[in-house]
Design a protein around this ligand. Sequence first.
Ligand code: SF4
Length: 260
Amino acid sequence: MAKPSLSPSKITTFLACPTKYYWTYVDPRGRYYLRSKHYYSFGTTLHRVLQQFHDAAETGVATVGDAVRAMEENWVSAGYTSAEHMAEAAGEGREIIAKYVQSTLEKPPEGRTIFLERQIHTDLGEFRLIGRVDRVDELPDESWNIIDYKSGRLGVTEEEVAADIAMGCYQLILRRKYPDKKITASVIALRSGESATTSLSEEALNQFEADLILLGAEILNVNWDEHQPTAKSLCHSCDFLPLCRKSPEFELQPSTTDSQ
Ligand code: SF4
């Protein structure tokens, strides 16, 4: 039997709500309740365009005009509530892409891009830790910088990058595979163009790895037959609420907006 795998998305879903993890990854009935989300569609569109822009030699997407056209060609329309909603998002997307491409052309990155949208993984005993990096640049001092684009964020701090589970996972995977490489991690908040960079120390990364192994074991060893959903504020906007409501002890408190 293939070894189970965990990704940053699976881990963050479990931490947000174990039942949500169950409906998303364990019980196939959950998929009938999942609804497309416009913010995921928007993020996917922007990621595709930036991937093409940073691979301009292959794709020909080298100018602001090329990138805006690429956005229109790659537009993912799922999850928007109306044509107006989508048009508004497309306007925002054009603005974000134009600003990003313009500023990158004016001040090109110091390093050279070595990975784009690359799947990476490492073996952590009971499971494989897998992830997909948006981009990795090799800097002039030969260190590697992992770059993650956040399409919904206005700003980002070093503390947020240091605490980001996905960025920790990517650093861990690359450091295990390339132990002699100095590795840093950057998040770019696309809406503002702000970015922050940090690097987990050897000690912090060892601790992160130990915590991840324990958490992974907990996730993979849940006895789902005995598991009961617990109501929380997240439930009000959760696709799986109709499923959790079937559980006899599930009691959802009215949300603050319900009472207004
Ligand atoms: S409805 Fe609530 S308990 Fe059920 S999966 Fe969603 S967040 Fe979790």
